[in-house]
Design a binder for this molecule. Structure first.
Ligand SMILES: NC(=O)C1=CN([C@@H]2O[C@H](COP(=O)(O)OP(=O)(O)OC[C@H]3O[C@@H](n4cnc5c(N)ncnc54)[C@H](OP(=O)(O)O)[C@@H]3O)[C@@H](O)[C@H]2O)C=CC1
Ligand SMILES: N[C@@H](CC(=O)OP(=O)(O)O)C(=O)O
Length: 344
C-alpha cells in the first residue's frame, strides 16, 4: 500500500530534488508540499523557481503549497521529508514530532544530538533504534531521523569498508560542487576561474558526523568511533558532485588490492532507491570525475579510485552526487528504511 508523504521546504533546491525522486516512487505518494509564508496558498508551479533538469510533474505543479505547520498538513500523511534551512528546521521540526509525524530530515540541526539517529541505511541501520530513546526522552509520538552532510556521506561508506583493517586516522580534502551552497550560495564572480579554500562549518561536520555514523550502538547510546578525522573543505566550479581525497592510516597491513576488494564487496541494501552495488571502484586512476561519474546508480552510488599505498595505510579519491546521495536521495533512502523496519 502507498505511504503518503510530504515535503517541508518543498520549493527549495533540495525540495525540488525530493519531488524529482518521489515521482513514480514505488511506495511513496506525494500528498503535501510546504514552504514559507510567501509561498503558502500558491500552486507549487507558481511558487517554485524550478531548476531541476526534468519537468515538474503535472500533478505536483497544481498542488497547493501550505504553511509549514502541523495543522496545515493532512493527518493522512505518514512520513515527512524535511529540507528546510537548518535554523527554521530547528524551530519547526519539534512541532511535527510532537504532533506524531515521522520526519526524515536532511537539515543539519540535531544531527549530533545523542538521541537522534544519523543514518545511512547501508552503514548503520541499527542506529534507527535510537528512536525508542528519543521517544522516551522527548515524549514525542513521532520520530526524527537525520541523514548526514553531503561531504560526510561521500566519504563514510569508503571508511566503513576500511574499518575491517582498523581505521586509525583520516585526513580528507574536498573539492565541492557549487550546488552544495544552494542556488544563490556562491556568485559566478566568486567561483568562475577560482576555488574557495574554506566552507564554513563543513570541516567540523565531516569530523564529527563520520565518527557518529561509524560508531557503535548499545541500545541506549552511540559511542563515537575512535578514529581521528581531519577535514579541509574547498569549493570548486563544478555544478554537482563532491570529489574528495582521503588519506587513511590503518592499524593492520592492507594492500591497495585488499582495500579495493573491501570497497567493492561492501554490502548494499535491498531498498527501492539503493544502488545495487554501494561503492564502484575504478581501475583507471583518472576516475572518478564529477561530470562523468556523479550520476552512477541514479546518483546514489559512491565511486572510488586511485587507491594507493602510503606509509601508514592508503590514499584514494571518492565521489558522490551531493544533492542526490548527499541530500534528497539520502533522506528518501532513510524513509524507505523506516518503512522496511516497521516504524511507519
Ligand atoms: N543545496 C544543497 O545542495 C544542499 C542543501 N542542504 C541542506 O538542505 C536544506 C535546504 O537547502 P536548500 O534546498 O538549498 O535551501 P533553499 O533556500 O533552496 O530552500 C529552502 C526551503 O525552505 C523554505 N523556507 C525557508 N524559510 C522558511 C520558513 N521560515 N518557514 C517555512 N519554510 C521556509 C523555502 O520556502 P520558500 O520558497 O517559500 O522561501 C524553501 O522551500 C538546508 O538545511 C541545507 O543546508 C544539504 C545538502 C545539500
Ligand atoms: N555545506 C554543504 C551543503 C549543505 O548544505 O550541507 P548540510 O546538509 O550539512 O547543511 C556544501 O556546501 O556542499
Amino acid at each position: 500500500m502507498a505511504v503518503q508523504v510530504g515535503i517541508l521546504g518543498a520549493t527549495g533546491a533540495v525540495g525540488q530534488r525530493f519531488i524529482q525522486l518521489l515521482d513514480d516512487h514505488p511506495t511513496f505518494e506525494l500528498a503535501a508540499v510546504t514552504a514559507s509564508e510567501s509561498s503558502a496558498g500558491k500552486t507549487y508551479g507558481e511558487a517554485a523557481k524550478w531548476r531541476v533538469n526534468t519537468p515538474i510533474p503535472d500533478d505536483v505543479a497544481s498542488m497547493e503549497v501550505t504553511r509549514t505547520t502541523p495543522e496545515a498538513v493532512s493527518d493522512d500523511v505518514d512520513l515527512l521529508f524535511s529540507s528546510l534551512p537548518s535554523s527554521v528546521a530547528a524551530e519547526v521540526e519539534p512541532d511535527f514530532l510532537d504532533a506524531g509525524y515521522v520526519v526524515s530530515s536532511n537539515s543539519s540541526n540535531d544531527r549530533m544530538a545523542p538521541d537522534v539517529p544519523l543514518t545511512i541505511p547501508e552503514i548503520n541501520p541499527g542506529h534507527l533504534d535510537l528512536i525508542e530513546v528519543q521517544r522516551d526522552e522527548r515524549g514525542w509520538d513521532g520520530a526524527l531521523v537525520k541523514n548526514p552532510n553531503c561531504s560526510t556521506i561521500t566519504m563514510v561508506p569508503t571508511l566503513a569498508a576500511l574499518d575491517q583493517f582498523g581505521l586509525d586516522r583520516v585526513h580528507v580534502t574536498t573539492l565541492q560542487a557549487v550546488s552544495g551552497a544552494g542556488y544563490d550560495g556562491v556568485t559566478s564572480m566568486e567561483i568562475i576561474d577560482n576555488a574557495i579554500p574554506h566552507i564554513g562549518g563543513e570541516e567540523e561536520k565531516m569530523e564529527t558526523e563520520s565518527r557518529k555514523l561509524l560508531g557503535s550502538f548499545d541500545g541506549a547510546e552511540v559511542a563515537l568511533h575512535d578514529a581521528e578525522v581531519n577535514a579541509s573543505c574547498n569549493r570548486i566550479p563544478t555544478l554537482d558532485g563532491h570529489l574528495e581525497s582521503v588519506f587513511a592510516d590503518l592499524e593492520e597491513d592492507a594492500s591497495p588490492e585488499d582495500v579495493a576488494a573491501a570497497m567493492r564487496e561492501y554490502p548494499g541494501v535491498d531498498l527501492p532507491s539503493a544502488p545495487e552495488q554501494l561503492i564502484h571502484v575504478f581501475e583507471d586512476n583518472y576516475r572518478p570525475q564529477p561530470r562523468l561519474d556523479r550520476d552512477r546508480g541514479d546518483g546514489m552510488q559512491i565511486s572510488a579510485g586511485a587507491i594507493q599505498a602510503t606509509e601508514g595505510g592508503v590514499k584514494y579519491n571518492c565521489l558522490a552526487h551531493n544533492t542526490i546521495r548527499g541530500a534528497a536521495g539520502a533522506s528518501v533512502l532513510n524513509g524507505e528504511l523506516l518503512v522496511e523496519e516497521g516504524w511507519i
